[in-house]
Design a protein around this ligand. Structure first.
Ligand code: NAD
Length: 277
């Protein structure tokens, strides 16, 4: 496999380099499964892992990383503050708990998981403080719409470096991507494979055939060519490998336009303007 994709990075607004491809571990709720998946990812060259306190697996992520024997600085670890822990004091505590669970001294990226109204400005102040103390290398948000970002930027001292959002060919998020570009906020896609909802699509299967690649690789390559950071989830070693083998081919403008034409503004996850958890 061409490992170039796994060593390529995006430079965030503060100069921190973040891998363009990482492993997502949402819903990996079994220790053995998680240890095997992270181990397979690291063996195949992944250096970035995306978890969250609500996933309940931070402890195992820390364990898997220690077992890998890699130096902590070689890795890029993301976690997120959960909704019930938002607010200034509670976020500081939640961050300490996450670090303790992972057995780490710092995180590479810490995100506000969802834009909880009335709280996210205070949560952000806590992230800014932790960032200034050097306990997080980069800070960002997740599931923020343009109006959430607009509001946050009015009180923020430091702009979010990342917005992690649901994004795939059926939800291409053009407006948010454009806004983020104007503010030097990098976009990271969650559900980059629409949680498995794209594999029957005819156009994507046609492109897969044309390039001699899998549908997953076509979709992930579309993200990369759009300068979107991806964290596809799989616990199977062969898929983990496949999902990072994205650099031996290129989609043409015509291919890209064809994939763009699939947009239906269709979500598989909750709507950030109407969630109640
Ligand atoms: P995803 O789009 O990565 O899809 C994962 C599904 O696709 C799994 O069921 C897997 O079996 C299947 N799959 C993966 N690779 C495949 C391949 N090559 N061929 C066939 N099937 C394949 O969805 P996701 O897990 O929701 O998103 C990725 C990551 O994003 C998560 O693990 C998590 O870390 C993060 N996430 C964040 C939020 C948030 O609110 N910030 C929400 C959901 C997920």
């Amino acid at each position: 496999m061409n490992k170039r994709s796994l060593t390529s990075t995006v430079t965030l607004a503060n100069g921190v380099k973040m891998p363009k491809i990482g492993l997502g571990v949402f819903k990996v709720e079994n220790e053995e499964e998680l240890l095997t998946a992270v181990n397979a990812a690291i063996e195949n060259g992944y250096r970035s892992i995306d978890t969250a306190s609500i996933y309940g697996n931070e402890e195992w992520v820390g364990k898997a990383i220690r077992q890998s024997g890699l130096n902590r600085e070689k890795l890029f670890i993301t976690s997120k503050v959960w909704n019930a822990d938002q607010g200034y004091e509670k976020t500081l505590q939640a961050f300490n708990t996450s670090l303790e669970k992972m057995g780490m001294e710092y995180l590479d990226l810490y995100l506000i998981h969802w834009p909880v109204e009335g709280k996210y400005a205070d949560t952000w102040r806590a992230l800014e403080e932790l960032y200034k103390e050097g306990r997080i290398k980069a800070i960002g948000v997740s599931n923020f719409q343009v109006h959430h970002l607009d509001k946050l930027l009015k009180t923020a001292e430091i702009k979010p470096m990342i917005n992690q959002i649901e994004l795939h060919p059926k939800l291409s998020q053009k407006e948010l991507r454009c806004y983020a570009g104007q503010h030097d906020i990098k976009i990271e896609a969650w559900a980059p494979l629409m949680q498995g909802g794209l594999f029957e699509n005819e156009i994507l299967n046609g492109l897969a055939k044309k390039h001699g690649k899998s549908v997953a690789q076509i979709v992930l390559r579309w993200h990369l060519q759009n300068e979107i950071i991806i964290i596809p989830k799989s616990t199977k070693a062969y898929r983990i490998k496949e999902n990072a083998d994205l650099f031996g081919f290129e989609l043409s403008d015509e291919d890209m336009n064809l994939i763009d034409s699939l947009n239906e503004d269709l979500r598989v996850g909750p709507d950030p303007d109407h969630f109640d958890f």
